[in-house]
Design a protein around this ligand. Structure first.
Ligand SMILES: [Zn+2]
Length: 285
């Protein structure tokens, strides 16, 4: 993201869920690296799925329970409320959802007044967006960022919700999507944070047990995470690619801890900016 190749090795991690004693588990361990300039975390080597459709998590049939297709009016509401403060939605504004899934976010954006488009790399999700969610087939295509194509300066708003960490080339993918955005348009990106307190605590525990394992870049199995990001990753990228960061937030997320401890950990994460998720709002110059 920042363009630097300098790194430090954080440690090793298993190619599967590794629990509290990864050193006792069989599997393939890879090195987790951190960019010394912007603290982007990534693994070396990167996991490569058998098939691109594996990478995008071809869902088990139990995904397709009836309530999965129910529309929750709260879906994407928080983000749309934030967007209203940054750039009020006007009739006729165009929005794009990258990694549209079954189209829930497209429906939420349409209800907020946008004219919407989307694309989704997973065949079963794309198919069900059309057949179960009634997304018009000319508005959602089955595509990766690399293969997708839209007019330059076309969209007022683009969202990359929980997508970028799954992509091999996040910097190039943001650059491509920026071309589709109008000057003054907004891009919303939500990613896992390199600074997550729970990962640091688990790393400390592994270290105290005398091991080199770390817990970063989880999961390293379907649906693979490939990166963890910092605000500095985006600031460095923004400086070279014609956009600015106009707002960011961090969310504590799950602590995987019991009740009272959960409260304490959540307030520490909120106070110190060490939550699980980082959200950045970018404006094209
Ligand atoms: Zn970097």
């Amino acid at each position: 993201m920042c363009g630097s190749n300098a790194f430090r090795v954080l440690g090793l991690r298993q190619n599967h869920s590794q629990g509290l004693k990864p050193w006792k588990q069989p599997g393939i361990s890879v090195s987790v690296l951190q960019c010394t300039k912007c603290r982007l975390n990534y693994s070396s080597p990167m996991p490569i799925p058998y098939d691109i459709q594996d990478h995008y998590g071809t869902p088990p049939e139990n995904y397709w329970v009836p309530n999965y297709f129910e529309i929750n009016p709260e879906y994407f509401k928080y983000s749309l409320n934030t967007l209203q403060k940054l750039k009020p939605v006007q009739p006729g504004m165009k929005a794009l959802d990258i990694g549209a899934g079954i189209g829930k976010c497209m429906i939420a954006m349409q209800n907020a007044g946008f004219d919407v488009w989307g694309f989704e790399p997973s065949k079963p999700f794309h198919e069900r967006a059309i057949t179960r969610m009634n997304i018009p087939a000319d508005r959602i295509v089955c595509s990766t960022v690399e293969d997708a194509s839209y007019e330059n300066n076309f969209f007022d708003f683009i969202t990359f919700g929980a997508v970028l960490e799954h992509l091999y080339y996040p910097a190039a993918n943001i650059e491509k999507a920026m071309k589709w955005l109008r000057p003054g348009g907004i891009m919303h990106i939500e990613v896992p944070s390199s600074d997550w307190l729970m990962a640091k605590l688990l790393n400390l525990y592994y270290n105290l047990r005398g091991s080199d394992f770390v817990s970063n870049i989880s999961p390293m199995h379907t649906p693979f995470h490939l990166y963890e990001f910092t605000l500095e990753s985006f600031e460095a990228h923004a400086a070279k690619h014609g956009y600015e960061i106009i707002f960011h937030e961090r969310f504590a997320g799950n602590t995987y801890a019991p009740g009272p401890l959960k409260k304490v950990l959540t307030s520490i994460m909120n106070a110190t900016g060490t939550g699980m998720q980082l959200t950045v709002w970018l404006r094209k110059k």
